[in-house]
Design a protein around this ligand. Structure first.
Ligand code: UDP
Length: 238
């Protein structure tokens, strides 16, 4: 059997990943499939934190683009991530694995409010952590939330599930000559301005020496394969 490459990981799921073929919202079939993969990894003994995005529901920048208030829009976006987190938590729960939503913004009737110590206690109790609300601050993204939580709970790697199986020289959906990188450094991602995660998230991962692994969230089994060091992906490290 293959060796586990990482023991504690942070999985970043964009809101788009949960929407499937729909133009908006959550596709329960897709959420269930992703939950099955999370549970498979959990059963291998990996400790998992999940940061969910909210782009399938709301993005603050789109409010700002139409002349609205960016800060309010961003808080609305953060609320969208809470909806997604509740869906992911309940899908994991239904598979018989304990999971808890920890939100950067207090909504006590729905979920726990994130504290680092609380998160560590839940990890010790063998729960999957589902982080909502990004960083809890406007003008940030859930990618930055993912890098932040990965640093706070001491993850060995941040795994970013995307629409394609790694980082390419150009958008492979638009440019057939685009090539996938196997490895990159955090600094290369920043200097080549590669659109993997926002610069704040990559810089935070770099400063805390957290590798970022980019893989396809749509490919069955890809998450577990990456954890076993055999999936198709791009590793950003060093
Ligand atoms: N957001 C925010 N601060 C954060 C995280 C998210 O203001 O720390 C807001 C922001 O408006 C963003 C929206 O929540 O557009 C959804 O998050 P994101 O765009 O990161 O989701 P994803 O692209 O991963 O689906």
């Amino acid at each position: 059997m293959s060796e586990l490459k990482y023991r504690r990981v942070l999985l970043k799921l964009s809101g788009e990943a949960l929407m499937g073929d729909r133009g908006f919202g959550i596709d329960p079939k897709v959420v269930n499939r992703i939950a099955e993969e999370i549970v498979e990894a959990y059963r291998l003994g990996i400790q998992i934190g999940v940061v969910v995005g909210g782009g399938n529901i709301f993005r603050g920048v789109s409010v700002a683009a139409q002349g609205g208030d960016r800060t309010t829009g961003d808080y609305m976006g953060m609320l969208g991530t809470v909806m997604n987190a509740l869906a992911v938590r309940s899908a994991i729960d239904r598979l018989g694995v304990p999971a808890v939503v920890l939100s950067a913004i207090g909504i006590p009737a729905l979920c726990e409010t994130f504290t680092q110590r609380g998160a560590m206690e839940h990890l010790k109790a063998n729960k999957v952590l589902v982080f909502a609300g990004g960083t809890g601050n406007p003008f940030f993204t859930t990618d930055s939330g993912a890098a932040l939580r990965a640093a706070e709970i001491g993850c060995d790697a941040l795994l970013k599930g995307t629409q394609v199986d790694g980082v390419y020289t150009a958008d492979p959906k638009k440019d057939p000559t685009a090539k996938r990188y196997d490895r990159l450094s955090h600094q290369e991602v920043l200097s080549k301005n590669l659109q993997v995660m926002d610069a704040a998230a990559i810089a935070l991962a770099r400063d805390n020496k957290i590798p970022v692994v980019v893989f396809s969230v749509h490919e069955n089994g890809a998450f577990v394969n990456v954890l076993l060091g055999k999936g198709v992906c791009t590793v950003i490290e060093g």
